[in-house]
Write a protein that binds this ligand. Structure first.
Ligand SMILES: CC(C)(COP(=O)(O)OP(=O)(O)OC[C@H]1O[C@@H](n2cnc3c(N)ncnc32)[C@H](O)[C@@H]1OP(=O)(O)O)[C@@H](O)C(=O)NCCC(=O)NCCS
Length: 326
């Protein structure tokens, strides 16, 4: 709680609640987390809406609708151009009916659709989960383990290192690289340490990538209790060789850690979907949205509603551990 609600370097949570008249009992909550994003060439303070809840006894009476109306109006009055959320169908249905703000773009838009792509690292471990088949297939796993290792080799001019703490080298990468993107979370060391190093349940695994001594990207992932890897974030020079190398580096590390599969949740409009598939990930059926809630029409909203301009990964979501959620 402290990590998300108070320690966020973009600022503490704005927590809105609905109370029952008379008893003062809290019956619904609408937290809003400040979020620093870069939109075009400017840094803008927006918000991520998450963790909303209405007490089960008070549902379907319009409590959440009223709360959202109040909070969205407040954000508009604070000058926040838009917020975004990884919402479920129930919350989205309310948001769609709650347009607050001026201009034709005001309101909720499902801008990004995330899909899960999976890379099988070890058939022995995957099939071991279905014991009857697993027994037969064990011997077949050896070539599979050797094969990916060869495919995961990086070009000689790239070197991988483990990141224990994001420092000025990462600030420098951000400064050098950010202008090549449209709209994205500000990935400076302050944010990255909070997001991937300081969660109370433990740090993510992070690998950095250098070429000729210069940092060109990083990738962050976690491993869940079942031994599956989940890629949370990757960032660097927006070029296919760097993206492929980051993915391969993380797959190699997961293989060493004994993971069975690696998953990445990718926005379908991400320009590197093809690269991710070429590395060997294949698509699963699940699909869920990231919505943008516009309060002030203008150039910020226009950019944020263009799916092709977003650089968003599942690590942008306001939850500490990602593997539990998709
Ligand atoms: C999603 C959630 C916050 C909605 O809270 P809520 O207070 O029930 O929301 P509302 O009553 O304002 O609206 C819910 C629905 O009831 C309808 N409704 C509103 N007033 C109503 C009334 N008097 N009678 C019947 N239905 C009503 C709304 O139109 C809405 O319908 P829809 O689902 O077709 O859009 C609540 O279901 C919840 O806590 N779910 C579990 C946690 C969760 O999923 N949180 C969101 C995380 S992203």
């Amino acid at each position: 709680m402290h990590w998300l609600y108070e320690a966020n370097p973009a600022g503490p949570c704005q927590l809105w609640v609905a109370e029952e008249m008379g008893t003062g009992r809290i019956v619904a909550t609408r937290p809003v987390f400040p979020w620093r994003v870069r939109v075009g060439h400017r840094e803008v303070l927006v918000a991520q809406a998450g963790d909303a809840m209405t007490h089960p006894e008070f549902r379907r009476r319009g409590v959440f609708t009223s709360l959202v109306q109040v909070v969205w109006s407040e954000l508009r009055d604070q000058g926040v151009p838009f917020s975004f959320s990884f919402s479920n169908a129930g919350a989205l249905s309310v948001y769609r009916k709650t347009a607050v703000g001026q201009g034709s773009r005001a309101g909720t838009h499902e801008v990004l659709w995330f899909r899960r792509l999976v890379y099988p690292l070890s058939w022995r471990l995957i099939l071991g989960r279905t014991p009857a088949i697993g027994g037969l297939i064990t011997g077949l796993d050896l070539p599979r383990r050797v094969f990916p290792r060869r495919r995961l080799t990086l070009p000689k001019h790239l070197s991988v290192f483990r990141v224990d703490r994001f420092d000025r080298e990462f600030d420098d990468l951000w400064i050098r690289t950010a202008q090549q993107y449209g709209v994205l979370t500000v990935r400076d060391s302050r944010y990255l340490n909070w997001r991937f190093m300081d969660p109370p349940t433990g740090a993510f695994q992070v690998l950095g990538l250098r070429t000729q001594g210069e940092l060109v990207g990083y990738i962050a992932f976690e491993v869940d209790a079942q031994g599956n890897g989940w890629i949370a974030d990757l960032f660097g020079l927006p070029n296919p060789e760097i993206v492929a190398a980051l993915l391969r580096a993380s797959l190699g590390a997961m293989l060493e850690m004994g993971c069975a599969t690696a998953s990445i949740l990718v926005a379908t409009d991400n320009p590197f979907v093809r690269v991710i598939r070429d590395v060997g990930f294949f698509q699963r059926a699940d699909r869920f949205p990231m919505a943008v809630h516009v309060y002030r029409d203008g150039v910020d909203a226009e950019t944020a509603l263009d799916a092709r301009r977003w650089w968003a990964w599942y690590g942008d979501r306001d939850v500490e551990r990602l593997a539990k959620h998709p």
